[in-house]
Write a protein that binds this ligand. Structure first.
Ligand code: SAH
Ligand code: DHB
Ligand code: MG
Length: 212
């Protein structure tokens, strides 16, 4: 998107409060990669969760807790975000972010690799936001579909993966993972889905049935 439109949306709809600004500043101070969602993508996630009155949400890939704060803030009292993070340093920064945002009661941070943690979770999530490593994305698709309730949202960041999604010559494991995920989202009959071209692309799907 034209940067001027992005700025307009961010300033009007997605202005950061001091806590979100501080979390981003801490990413830099702790040398975490600056690959968190943008404010307008965070606001989009926040709006989508409100649309379905989400109570139980799963995130794969917490990093420093930036997207997690947007997600958890969309939940009603008694709601819960479960977020999985495999890097212990990222998990520590994320936990501090949730504490700082006074969301500790609403966020369960599970330290570990996604494919180890996912089989331990109870199905019935209202939304699953996938934003971790890209090579296993087809596996994350299967887990997301398994863990979502009917009517739940399947969300996945980096649908374009910096252009790799539309470059058939890019045969890197990450590019193959992203393209495979997008193709599953497009064709799986249990899902209606599209890509919203926000930042690096966000897959948004609704699980409409349990079996194809
Ligand atoms: N959602 C975050 C950004 C996530 S960046 C935000 O927008 O604020 C991707 C994160 O996924 C990194 O912190 C990385 O350590 C984590 N990650 C990578 N592979 C993982 C895996 N297999 N299981 C769990 N987390 C993983
Ligand atoms: C990268 C960016 C992301 O937003 C992400 O979730 C993972 C990786 C990257 O630029 O490599
Ligand atoms: Mg991402």
């Amino acid at each position: 998107m034209d940067e001027r439109f992005e700025r307009y949306v961010t300033e009007l709809f997605a202005a950061e409060d001091p806590i979100l600004s501080k979390i981003r500043a801490r990413h830099a101070a702790e040398n975490l990669p600056a690959i968190n969602v943008s404010p307008e993508e965070g606001k989009l996630l926040y709006v989508l969760l409100h649309a379905i009155q989400a109570k139980r949400v799963l995130e794969i890939g917490a990093l420093g807790g930036y997207s997690g704060v947007w997600l958890a803030r969309a939940l009603p009292p008694g709601g819960e975000l479960t977020t999985i993070e495999k890097d212990p340093k990222h998990a520590k920064v994320a936990q501090e972010a949730f504490d700082m945002a006074k969301l500790h009661g609403r966020v369960r941070l599970v330290a570990g690799a996604a494919l180890d943690v996912l089989p331990t979770l109870t199905p019935g999530f209202d939304a699953v936001f996938i934003d971790a490593d890209k090579e296993p994305l087809p596996k994350y698709f299967d887990w997301g579909m398994k863990l979502l309730r009917r009517g739940g949202l399947l969300l996945c960041d980096n649908a374009f993966f910096h252009g790799a999604a539309i470059d058939p010559n890019d045969r890197s494991p990450n590019a193959l993972g992203v393209r495979a995920f997008n193709e599953l989202a497009a064709h799986d009959r249990r899902l209606v889905a599209t890509i919203i071209p926000v930042r690096d692309g966000l897959v948004v799907g609704v699980k409409i049935r349990e079996s194809a």
